[in-house]
Design a protein around this ligand. Structure first.
Ligand code: F0G
Length: 439
């Protein structure tokens, strides 16, 4: 029998999920509004008990089904998230809020690869999602859960991208969105998106960590569904990037995958995705998953260096890569587990290194936001230290679109613009000839 002949059997094998504490391991089937373990207050993760018992050929069947769906026409098949729904919480179709998220390109970075002496360097560009960041994959799943539970308000604290995504998906879902932003610390493209999509935007006199603390109290007093990455369903959507990478690499596991780290959910989600593929027997080994932070916002780096990942070292975060300006990351325990399980590294990079890496990516036609460019800056460090070796393949996860933070680019590169000058062809040609002559 063809493996896809009986989709019902596949659905059956994967249906049903539980929530497991990442610290004490307690399993629960319901959650409170902050998605915390009722026993030890740590974060929860989604587990699928039936998957562990799935027969060996189940994984291979899934691989075929996922591939076939790519040529389908149903919204849940076109989505680069819901296409993988056997590994997602079960959601009825009418509650599924999707905008064809995922399906992002994996592009070769030829120039950077040449300069670093690497045979295979690719960028998985999550900035090509509907609202221009990787957040859409996670928000699609979590907001669908909110819809299924009957909420009419959703909310988040954000350095910008989550707010843009929440606002857009809430609008699609005909729900209302509330976003708390650190005043004056959000790139204008992201703020503009949240406004455009109709969010109630509240700018607070604090940083991201402060906004999240306030939101903690708000959700206990106001019936809004929390869409920050404390919400374990966010990670379920975000983990699908691992599935897409594997499909795009014809199931050859890259040696390294590198992500920027802020609140540390994305690296955790990536690790969970690869881990599940391994459990299903679809890959034999995990890539080394490395997490890069800005030097001014490096709590995970310090946590690993100073106590081997046992207790979070909080910092007062400061970086122009505002997306990852976070000093008290919620998902630090999950991230430590991913580093340990995959053998990845955790590094920090300076503002100058981020700016340089961003300009280099730009010079090969790949725009991204500063936080995303931290991955290339980190890779350079990891090559220099010998952690990434000359024969190894690498995927950088670029998390956000270049137009999110136009001010950053203009400030860094405005001196490359010539003029204002006379509107005169002779003057223009004179400049071009000077450029061509190399002075
Ligand atoms: N890159 C970009 C472009 C981001 O927006 C973020 C986080 C990250 C990386 C870090 O991901 O938090 O999962 O480690 N942005 C969040 C926001 C915090 O509110 O938009 P993380």
């Amino acid at each position: 029998m063809k493996t896809t002949d009986n989709p019902a059997r596949v659905e059956q094998a994967s249906a049903g999920h539980l929530l497991k504490c990442v610290h004490c391991g307690m399993v629960q089937s319901t959650v409170d509004r902050m998605f915390r373990c009722t026993q030890c207050n740590e974060l929860l993760e989604v587990v699928y008990p039936n998957l562990a018992e799935a027969p060996r050929e189940f994984g291979l069947r899934l691989r075929e089904i996922w591939k076939e769906r790519r040529t389908g026409t149903l919204p849940e098949d076109i989505s680069g998230v819901w296409r993988f729904r056997e590994l997602l919480p079960a959601i009825q179709r009418n509650n599924m809020i999707t905008m064809c998220e995922g399906n992002t390109p994996l592009v070769k970075l030829t120039r950077a690869a040449r300069e670093l002496g690497l045979p295979e360097l690719r960028a998985k560009h999550q900035g090509m999602n509907p609202t221009g960041s990787f957040k859409d994959t996670g928000i699609s799943v979590a907001i669908s859960m909110a819809k299924a539970e009957g909420y009419s308000f959703v909310c988040c604290a954000s350095t910008g991208n989550t707010s843009a995504s929440v606002a857009a998906y809430a609008a699609r879902a005909e729900m209302k969105s509330i976003v708390l932003l650190p005043a004056g610390q959000v790139a204008s493209g992201k703020l503009a998106q949240a406004i455009e999509y109709g969010a109630h935007v509240l700018q607070l006199h604090t940083d991201f960590d402060g906004c999240l603390n306030v939101l903690h109290d708000v959700v206990h007093r106001f019936p809004a569904y929390l869409l920050n990455s404390l919400n374990p369903y966010r990670l379920e959507g975000q983990k699908t990037v691992a599935f897409e990478i594997m499909e795009q690499m014809d199931w050859n596991v890259p040696d390294h995958v590198i992500v920027p780290g802020g609140n540390l959910a994305n690296g955790s989600a990536l690790g969970k995705g690869f881990q599940e593929l391994r459990e299903l027997g679809l890959i034999r080994n995990l890539p080394k998953i490395s997490i890069i932070q800005a030097a001014g916002a490096n709590p995970l780096v310090r946590t690993m260096r100073e106590n081997g990942g046992n207790a979070l070292v909080r910092v007062n975060a400061e970086t122009r890569a505002t997306a990852i300006r976070i000093g008290n990351p919620a998902s630090w325990r999950k991230a430590v587990a991913v580093l340990n399980n995959s053998g990845g590294a955790c590094e920090d990079v300076t503002e100058k290194e981020i700016a340089q890496a961003k300009a280099e990516l730009g010079s090969e036609g790949i725009g991204c936001e500063p936080a995303s460019a931290a991955t290339l800056a980190g890779l350079k460090k990891l090559v220099r230290s010998g952690f990434v070796k000359a024969n190894e393949s690498v995927v950088l996860v670029l998390t956000g679109h270049t137009l999110k933070d136009v001010d950053y680019m203009l400030q860094a590169q405005i001196n490359r613009v010539i003029g204002p000058m006379p509107a005169d062809a002779a003057a223009v040609v004179a400049v071009l000839e000077r450029i061509h002559a190399g002075n």
